[in-house]
Ligand binder design. Structure first.
Ligand SMILES: [Zn+2]
Length: 681
C-alpha cells in the first residue's frame, strides 16, 4: 500500500477527483483489517467494572468515522460517475464491508461491553443521548443475529452478503436499462408540443453523444418532458412503454431483467426474518422504526385511502371528461400527464414550463439560503476551486456566528452514468473526537434536473424547486445537528419512518408568497413571479392531489404486502401489485407495465417494508408546518423551536418525543389531509 491512494488520506474528499477504481478494494481492505485489530484490542481491554463511554464507545465511533470517510466517496462516485471498473471495485468492496459489519453485529465481546455500559448507565452518569444510542445498539445486535448459534450465524452472513450483491445488481440493471434506450428524432415536428427549454434539452441530449438533431432518453427530465408535453400520442405511448418496462421481461432488451433478482431478494429477506424469529420481513423492518407493527401501517394506509379515494375518482373522471372533449375517448396512462397539464392550464392558466423562466437556479439557491438564514440563523458561502467529481458540482460552507458549522456539495443536473432521482447522503457527520476537537458534518446533495443549455443558466420547474427544498431539508437535518456523538448525530439513528419529516416540511415553503418572491427572478427581465401567477400556482397546488395520494398509497401498500408474507415468485409479485391497484388505483396501467422492476427504493435502497415512511412522516411534517401557519410562516421563534427540538436533536431521542416537544402535542392526520386539500373543499 502506498500513500498515493487518496482514500487513505486523512480526508479523502479533498482528493475525490483522484479516486480511481483500483484504489477502492485495497483501501477498504486495509481499513477493515486495521479496524478489526483495534476492536479486538478494545474489547480485550474493556472490563465490565470500569467501562465508560470514553474508554469504549468513543474509540469505536472513531473507527466507524474512519470507515465512513473511506466508503462514502466510493459509494457516492458509484452513484454519480458510474463505470464498469468502478462497479466491479464497488461490488467487491461492498462484499467485504458486508462481512465486516455482519461480524461486528454478531461480536459477542462487543455486545457484552455495550450491555455492560448500558447496565452501568446510572453510575456512569451517561447522558440521555448516550443511553438512547446504547439502547438502539442493543436492538441492532439482536437484528444482526447475535443470539443465533454459529451455523445460523453463518447462514445469516451468507444472506446479508447476497442481499447486498443483489441490491447492487438491481440498481445497475436499472441504470443500464435506462441508458440502453434512446430515440433519435430528426424532424422537429415529431416533438411538437414541447416548450423551448425541453426541446433544447433534447438537442443537448443528442449533442453530448455527438449525434444530430434531437435525442429522447429515459433520464427523468427527458421522460417527463415527453409525457407532459408531446402532442404525439404515439410518441408518448412509445416512451411510456420503454420507461415502464425498463429492466423487465417486457423490455426489448431482456439483458437487464430484474425479475429473478426481485424473487431472490424477497426469498432471502423472508429467510432472514425467520432466522431472527420474525413472521415476516415487514415485522423485522418495523422493529427499528417508529411504527409498531405491519397491521398498524396497513390500517394507516387504508384510512388514508378511504379519506382520498372518492376525491381521486372525481379528479380522474374530470380528467377523462376533459380528454374526451379533446377527442380522446379512452384515456390511457400515457395520456394522463399530458391532459392533466392541459387541464391545469385551463383551470389555473399555469404550467410548469411557463414557470421555468422565473426559477433561475442561482436565484433559487440564494432564496433558499436566505430563508434558511432567516429561520435557522446560519449563513452560506460558496467555495471556489474545490476538488469535485464533475464541473457542475458546487461546494458550500455553512456558518453560524462566523464559525463554520458544516459543508455540502451540490450536484444538480441529470447526466449519463448518474443514477436517477434526488437524494442526500453524507460524507461525514458532526462528531466530537477524543481530543475534544469537533468535526463538522459534510453532505452530498444530488438531484437530476434538466441541465443548462445554450449558455443559458439552468431554469427549474416549480416541481424541481420543491425537490430541491426536500433534499435540502434532509441536508439541514444532517448539517445543523448539535449532537456530539457520531452514532446519533444528524440523520444517524433517526428511524426510517421519521427521517422524511424535515425534508417534507421544507417543501411547504415553496408555496408561500414571502418565499416565492425571494426565489424567483425572470431570466430576461429579472422580475419576480407576478402576483397573479403566484396566486394561480398556490391555487393549483392541490390539483389532482387525491390522485397523487392514492398513487403513493398504492406503492406503500404494495411494498408492505410483498414483505409481509413469505417469498413470492415474480408472477405473484405482479398479482399483489394488480390486486393493490384494483383496490386503490384510479388510473389502471396496462398489462405490460413493470413498475416493480424499477422500484429501486424498495429493492435497491433502504425502503423495503418502509415506503410508507413518506406518508407516515408527512403526517408529522404537515402537522409541524401547521404550527408555522398558526404563528406565521416566517416566524423566527417558531423556526428556532424547530431548529432546537427537531433539526439539532438528530437521532438522539425518540422522534415522537421530539415532535411533542416542538408541537406541544402528538401528531394528527388532519393537517396532512388539509394541506392536500382532501375532504376540506
Ligand atoms: Zn426524502
Amino acid at each position: 500500500m502506498t500513500i498515493t491512494n487518496p482514500l487513505l488520506l486523512q480526508n479523502p474528499i479533498g482528493k475525490i477527483n483522484s479516486i480511481e477504481p483500483q484504489h477502492v478494494v485495497p483501501a477498504i481492505s486495509l481499513v477493515i483489517q486495521e479496524n478489526n485489530e483495534q476492536i479486538e484490542r478494545l474489547v480485550s481491554q474493556c472490563n465490565d467494572s470500569d467501562i465508560s463511554w470514553q474508554s469504549f464507545m468513543l474509540p469505536l465511533e472513531i473507527l466507524e468515522d474512519r470507515m465512513g470517510k473511506v466508503w462514502s466517496p466510493v459509494s457516492h462516485l458509484n452513484s454519480v460517475c458510474n463505470s464498469d471498473e468502478l462497479r466491479q471495485a464497488y461490488d467487491e468492496a461492498l462484499a467485504r464491508l458486508t462481512d465486516y459489519s455482519t461480524a461486528l453485529g454478531q461480536h459477542k465481546g462487543l455486545y457484552q461491553a455495550t450491555k455492560a455500559l448500558y447496565d452501568a448507565r446510572d453510575s456512569q452518569d451517561l447522558t440521555d443521548t448516550q443511553i438512547h444510542i446504547l439502547k438502539d445498539s442493543l436492538i441492532g445486535f439482536k437484528l444482526s443475529g447475535l443470539h443465533l448459534n454459529s451455523d445460523d450465524q453463518k447462514t445469516y452472513s451468507g444472506i446479508q452478503k447476497r442481499l447486498a450483491e443483489l441490491s447492487s445488481k438491481y440498481e445497475q440493471n436499472l441504470m443500464d436499462a435506462t441508458m440502453a434506450w434512446t430515440k433519435p428524432v430528426s424532424d422537429k415536428n415529431d416533438l411538437a408540443g414541447l416548450p423551448e427549454t425541453e426541446l433544447s434539452m433534447m438537442a443537448a441530449n443528442a449533442e453530448i453523444r455527438e449525434l444530430q438533431d434531437y435525442l429522447v432518453t429515459l433520464e427523468i427530465p427527458s421522460y417527463l418532458a415527453i409525457m407532459t408535453y408531446a402532442d404525439s400520442r404515439e410518441l408518448r405511448q412509445e416512451v411510456y412503454t420503454a420507461y415502464s418496462t425498463r429492466a423487465s421481461d417486457q423490455s426489448e432488451n431482456k439483458k437487464f431483467d430484474n425479475s429473478q433478482i426481485m424473487e431472490n431478494l424477497l426469498k432471502l429477506k423472508y429467510e432472514k426474518a425467520q432466522l431472527l424469529g420474525f413472521n415476516s420481513y415487514a415485522e423485522l423492518s418495523l422493529e427499528s422504526k417508529m411504527a409498531e407493527n405491519p397491521q398498524q401501517i396497513l390500517d394507516f394506509l387504508m384510512d388514508l385511502n378511504d379519506a382520498s379515494k372518492a376525491q381521486a375518482k372525481e379528479e380522474y373522471s374530470a380528467l377523462s371528461d376533459f380528454a374526451a372533449t379533446r377527442g380522446v375517448k379512452n384515456l390511457q396512462v400515457w395520456d394522463v400527464a399530458y391532459y392533466s397539464e392541459k387541464l391545469k392550464q385551463q383551470n389555473f392558466q399555469i404550467s410548469q414550463s411557463e414557470l421555468r423562466p422565473y426559477f433561475v437556479v442561482d436565484k433559487v439557491m440564494t432564496g433558499l439560503f436566505e430563508l434558511t438564514e432567516h429561520l435557522f440563523s446560519v449563513t452560506f458561502e460558496a467555495m471556489e476551486d474545490s476538488n469535485t467529481w464533475h464541473p457542475d458540482v458546487k461546494h458550500y460552507r455553512i456558518k453560524h456566528n462566523q464559525q463554520i458549522v458544516a459543508e455540502f456539495y451540490l450536484d444538480l443536473y441529470a447526466r449519463q452514468h448518474k443514477r436517477g432521482g434526488a437524494w442526500m447522503d453524507h460524507y461525514q457527520s458532526r462528531f466530537k473526537m477524543d481530543n475534544g476537537k469537533l468535526q463538522n458534518p459534510i453532505a452530498f446533495l444530488t438531484c437530476n434536473f434538466a441541465p443548462p443549455v445554450n449558455c443559458q443558466p439552468a431554469l427549474l420547474t416549480h416541481d424541481e424547486v420543491v425537490t430541491l427544498f426536500h433534499e435540502f431539508g434532509h441536508g439541514i437535518h444532517h448539517m445543523l445537528t448539535k449532537v456530539d456523538e457520531l452514532s446519533a448525530s444528524g440523520i444517524a439513528n433517526v428511524p426510517w419512518d421519521a427521517v422524511e419529516l424535515p425534508s417534507q416540511f421544507m417543501e411547504n415553503f415553496c408555496y408561500q408568497a414571502e418565499v416565492i418572491t425571494k426565489l424567483s427572478a425572470h431570466v430576461d427581465t429579472g422580475e419576480s413571479l407576478p402576483k397573479d401567477m403566484l396566486d394561480k400556482l398556490i391555487s393549483a397546488k392541490n390539483f389532482q392531489s387525491a390522485m397523487a395520494m392514492v398513487r403513493q398509497i398504492e406503492f406503500s401498500l404494495f411494498d408492505m404486502r410483498i414483505h409481509n408474507t413469505q417469498g413470492l415468485s415474480s408472477a405473484e409479485i405482479q398479482s399483489v401489485l394488480d390486486q393493490t391497484r384494483d383496490e386503490v388505483a384510479v388510473a389502471k396501467p396496462p398489462q405490460f407495465n413493470r413498475f416493480q422492476n424499477g422500484f429501486s427504493h424498495i429493492f435497491a435502497g433502504g425502503y423495503s417494508a418502509g415506503y410508507y415512511s413518506y406518508k407516515w412522516a408527512e403526517v408529522l411534517s404537515a402537522d409541524a408546518f401547521s404550527k408555522f401557519e398558526e404563528e406565521g410562516v416566517m416566524n423566527q421563534s417558531t423556526g428556532k423551536s424547530f431548529l432546537n427540538n427537531i433539526l439539532e436533536k438528530g437521532g438522539s431521542a425518540d422522534p415522537m418525543d421530539l415532535f411533542v416537544a416542538f408541537r406541544g402535542r402528538k401528531p394528527s392526520v388532519d393537517a396532512l389531509l388539509k394541506h392536500s386539500g382532501i375532504g376540506h373543499n
